[in-house]
Design a protein around this ligand. Structure first.
Ligand code: NAD
Ligand code: LMR
Length: 333
């Protein structure tokens, strides 16, 4: 018997990630090929016509799993009854704007949308924040939606995780599906720490070997590999004159799918979640950790060894998040 449709909200749905993401959701990439969905798409009034165009295309694509589309500029209508909320909408940095100006715009957006989600979303709604600054937007959303369990609020660092898998796969000339357990620690920014110390590759023989052993080039792993992953977003912007969209949409689907349906045995993924102090990361930051997911809940992978080099990098990105948090709070006062 077909299950009840799941209502999925995409904010900023008329933008470029939205345009790549909504067909993936309607095709079953998000929740599997047996799960019907109803899409809720929110954008702002200047984008209303374009949003309606996206709705028309969704109808024209005749997706069998898509049981309805709500396209609206009304945040209450958009949030009503949603089971999953993917928050892509936000205010981009424009020429001449200071970091604080961008933060201030996004803090107001995420404060208002937090309240709408808290009041109108379905119980146990899972929230993923994609819009930058993703970690801090998610933190603000958490602060202003106190009745949504903090375990239900996350931000996207899966794109960085996938970028790290991609770099290792290219370097070793192995299938990306055979590489696992990289970690993105910290902020979705250039201070993030892509860590391969626990990553492995499954060889054609079936044997699993450590990435460090196979690459056998610590200078590359501690240098170019890290900076390539940290700077990949900027490299895409330079090449496309637009920020990453298809890879961001795909990573958002990976994030939600694994959260809802579970991570494979022996595999972890990276998610930005509310820190409980694990690995001596200050509690109260939205920080990317290695997590496994089961029964719709994530848990931080515990007990991984952190060497001195990694410790500094974990702390550096935590410091940046602490500063962002203070800046966000100063915008509220
Ligand atoms: P975009 O400018 O093409 O689209 C953003 C959309 O959000 C626009 O349609 C805009 O009208 C809408 N919007 C603005 N304010 C809104 C509001 N208050 N409510 C609803 N919608 C609103 O941008 P994009 O390329 O789709 O990127 C979206 C965001 O995702 C950006 O902040 C970008 O930096 C971020 N991003 C994050 C990651 C990640 O891995 N976390 C990766 C890529 C991009
Ligand atoms: C990305 O990682 O591709 C984006 O977050 C870059 C950006 O600044 O939008």
């Amino acid at each position: 018997m077909a299950s009840e449709p799941v209502r999925v909200l995409v904010t900023g749905a008329a933008g470029q990630i939205g345009y790549a993401l909504v067909p993936m959701i309607a095709r079953g990439v998000l929740l599997g090929s047996n799960q019907p969905v109803i899409l809720h798409m929110l954008d702002i009034p200047p984008a209303a016509e374009s949003l309606n165009g996206v709705k028309m295309e969704l109808v024209d694509a005749a997706f069998p799993l898509l049981k309805g589309v709500v396209a609206t500029t009304d945040v209450v209508e958009a949030c009503t009854g949603v089971n999953i909320a993917i928050m892509v909408g936000g205010f981009p940095r424009k020429e001449g704007m200071e970091r604080k100006d961008v933060m201030s715009k996004n803090v107001s957006i995420y404060k208002a949308q937090a309240s709408a989600l808290e009041k109108h979303a379905a119980a146990n709604c899972k929230v993923l924040v994609v819009a930058n600054p993703a970690n801090t937007n998610a933190l603000i959303l958490k602060e202003f939606a106190p009745s949504i369990p903090e375990k239900n609020i996350s931000c996207l660092t899966r794109l960085d995780h996938n970028r790290a898998l991609g770099q290792i796969s290219e370097r070793l000339n192995v299938q990306v599906s055979e590489v696992k357990n990289v970690i993105i620690w910290g902020n979705h920014s250039s201070t993030q720490y892509p860590d391969v110390n626990h990553a492995t590759v499954k060889l054609p023989s079936g044997e699993e070997k450590s990435v460090r052993e196979l690459v056998a080039d610590d200078a590359w792993l501690n240098g170019e590999f890290i900076s390539t992953v940290q700077q990949r977003g900027a490299a895409i912007i330079k090449a496309r004159k637009l920020s990453s969209a298809l890879s961001a949409a795909s990573a958002a689907c990976d994030h939600i799918r694994d959260w809802v349906l579970g991570t494979p045995e022996g595999t972890w993924v990276s998610m930005g979640v509310y820190s409980d102090g694990s690995y001596n990361v200050p509690a109260g930051l939205m920080y990317s950790f290695p997590v496994t997911c089961r029964n719709g809940e994530w848990s931080i992978v515990q007990g991984l060894s952190i060497d001195e080099y990694s410790r500094k990098k974990l702390d550096l990105t935590a410091e940046e998040l602490t500063e962002e948090k203070a800046l966000a709070y100063s915008c509220l006062s």
